[in-house]
Design a protein. Sequence first.
Length: 248
Amino acid sequence: MTEDGFTLETEHYKGPLETLLELIDKRKLSVSKVSLAEVCDGYLAYVERLPELPLSETSQFILVASTLLLIKSRSLLPTVELSDDEEQSIEELELRLKRYAAVRKAAKLLKKNWDVTPFTFARRVPDIARISGLEKPAFSPGEAAVATILKSVRRLIDTFPTVQKLGEASVAPVLALEDVIAGLKTRITDAARARWSEISRGASRHDTIVHFLALLELVRHGSISATQDKLFSDIVFESDSVGAPRYG
């Protein structure tokens, strides 16, 4: 064990796990001399001694162990014919391992830069004065006068979408059927009778419909009675409070 992380100790190798993978990739160490069981057992013993699971080290261990498993399986079974799905699975594993290795490399570079200048990643700009041969960068506006600039600004403003002001709409108060029923019942009970022409006089179309529905409801419940002498003549509503239900 070292302070920097997991160190592997086997019969043929002792050192960091990443170095083991590099030696195998460079053919400086045969993968046949590496026991994957010893690698896993050693790492599990290392993790058990830690107060909490190190996610970054664990992900790196999975990467290295997967790569070792892939290399060793191919060395042990070089002549085995694989199906298309198995070949595709191996290719996908290789691609994922390469991508993960690239991300790890980029993460180390970002951490190095972050430790030097946190919260800032500057972009290097070439020395304009040195390239152009001038002591100071120069900018000439040419013949652009104030009037020309103002004209350009106005032309730009004209391209902006115009704001359309919507007209204000007034919404009339809506009568509630329950309130109209209670009001008509009281009105007809107090006056003993009322004509439809009197009730609907000056009312809007909506109010007329609401009043008519209210009268029908009162008639249905027996609170009032309705009579009409002939077709299209005025309707007379009379109070009949005996046994009638109360509204309001």
